[in-house]
Design a binder for this molecule. Structure first.
Ligand code: KIV
Length: 275
């Protein structure tokens, strides 16, 4: 069944929960996510109908000037989750667990608790089947988890650069298998970053949790972009991103156009995707 074409809300009327997102997946209505890091933009995103805010560890690169997400600390994540939560009372807020803060299940428990206490509704962790025990443990104890597969930037040194993942058949099958395992373990959302469109479609059909794509084509249940890319602040924007400020003229207009283009299936176009 194709996705429904709906216009973006002109403001979220009630809080978004994981149940809202599961219902949207079931009804084939796309939802929208933005990675952002501060209260004023979080408030604006609420007014523009952005259902999910990601306080991503991308803040290491977009705000703090590092060349990867590796240096980001728990304290920096907590500071920004608190700020975003103060600006927004309706979107579902996901907080990233930074590099090596969830290497063991015990670390995952301690640090996910800190992110939740800072105001997040959900934590995000990068990795495949090895994370299943942590996902299960957090989920059983009341912490929703967003998994993240494909190009997982915390593994940039292992990948040898920021590269599309899952182009070879064996790697694609591995990512699909990981997604199914994390779904079974109780993950509530899945970010798919920089994977071929066809693989993202297969994964979206195979798992019960909603999928959020970035550089993963049209076939995911939602899209996420980093606010710096939406607003044209990135010096060398990635292929999968789009500067919405150019056409829209102001920041609320850019956010609203992004949300609307996702919901009506205009974004991402073929020029933003990988084969
Ligand atoms: O940290 C982040 O902003 C992310 C998105 C790019 C998905 O993980």
């Amino acid at each position: 069944m194709p996705y429904a074409t709906v216009q973006a809300d002109s403001g979220l009327s009630k809080p978004v929960t994981i149940l809202t997102l599961r219902k949207m997946k079931a009804e084939k209505v796309k939802f929208v996510s933005v990675a952002l890091y501060d209260a004023p933009l979080a408030a604006m995103a609420q007014k523009c109908g952005v259902e999910v805010l990601l306080v991503g560890d991308s803040l290491g690169m977009t705000v703090l000037g590092y060349d990867s997400t590796i240096p980001v600390t728990m304290e920096q994540m907590i500071y920004h989750v608190e700020a975003v939560r103060r600006g927004n009372s309706k979107s579902l807020i996901m907080g990233d667990l930074p590099f090596m803060s969830y290497a063991t299940t015990e670390q995952a428990m301690v640090n996910a608790t800190r992110i939740m206490r800072a105001g997040a509704h959900m934590v995000k962790m990068e990795g495949g089947a090895w994370l299943a025990d942590s996902v299960r443990m957090l989920s059983e104890r009341g912490i929703p988890v967003c998994a993240h597969l494909g190009l997982t930037p915390q593994s940039v040194n292992k990948f040898g650069g920021f590269r599309v993942q899952g182009r070879e058949a064996e790697q694609a099958e591995q990512i699909l298998a990981d997604a199914k395992i994390l779904d079974q373990a109780g993950a509530d959302l899945l970010v798919l970053e920089c994977v071929p469109t066809e693989l993202a479609e297969r994964i979206t059909a195979a798992v019960s949790m909603p999928t959020i794509g970035i550089g993963a084509g049209q076939g995911t249940d939602a899209q996420v972009l980093v606010i710096n890319d939406i607003l044209g602040l990135t010096e060398k924007p990635p292929k999968f991103s789009k500067n919405f400020l150019v056409e829209a003229g102001d920041i609320p207009g850019a956010l609203h156009k992004y949300a609307n283009d996702v919901k009506t299936g205009v974004f991402p176009g073929p020029e933003h995707t990988f084969g």
